[in-house]
Design a binder for this molecule. Structure first.
Ligand SMILES: [Zn+2]
Length: 150
């Protein structure tokens, strides 16, 4: 049968499998959209969709098949429990995501492809400040630098 591979998966199944490896809103919210539903405004939801879309575009360009979310949306009560988290963190407004990057290779890819970050509309926290993860956000920092120190 055309379009079916050796283990019986159709092209559609393979596309769905590929799609499932990308980040979802559920990955981003980590259940906090339920536990902290009263804080989740329509504006934050739009921001979260945009953040997830740009992060997926980044992962696709970087050739990543999958990536865990270390930290997505942080409601105020959760942000307050995180050591050294800024009270103005872009995680509060659903405009930032920490992508798991235990070996630093995603950070390294971003540093080497800042033109791609610019095209995607992403800004990167300097890798020296993010051991084990890669923080990207969809709005510029105060300095306006593509790669910035938090
Ligand atoms: Zn972060």
């Amino acid at each position: 049968m055309p379009g079916v591979d050796a283990i019986g998966n159709s092209a559609t199944d393979r596309r769905l499998t590929a799609a499932r490896t990308m980040l979802t809103l559920a990955d981003y919210f980590m259940g906090r959209d339920i536990d902290h539903a009263h804080e989740l405004t329509a504006e934050l939801l739009l921001n979260a969709r945009d953040t997830v879309k740009r992060a997926n575009d980044l992962l696709r360009l970087a050739g990543r098949a999958s990536c865990p979310v270390n930290s997505g949306w942080r409601p105020h009560a959760i942000n307050a429990t995180i050591p050294n988290a800024s009270p103005r963190s872009r995680h509060l407004t659903c405009q930032a995501v920490d992508l798991g990057d235990h070996d630093g290779t995603l950070d390294a890819w971003c540093i080497a492809h800042q033109d791609a970050l610019a095209a995607l509309g992403l800004w990167l926290e300097h890798p020296s400040a993010t051991p084990g993860w890669c923080h990207v956000q969809i709005v510029p920092p105060g300095s306006g630098r593509r790669v910035f120190m938090p």
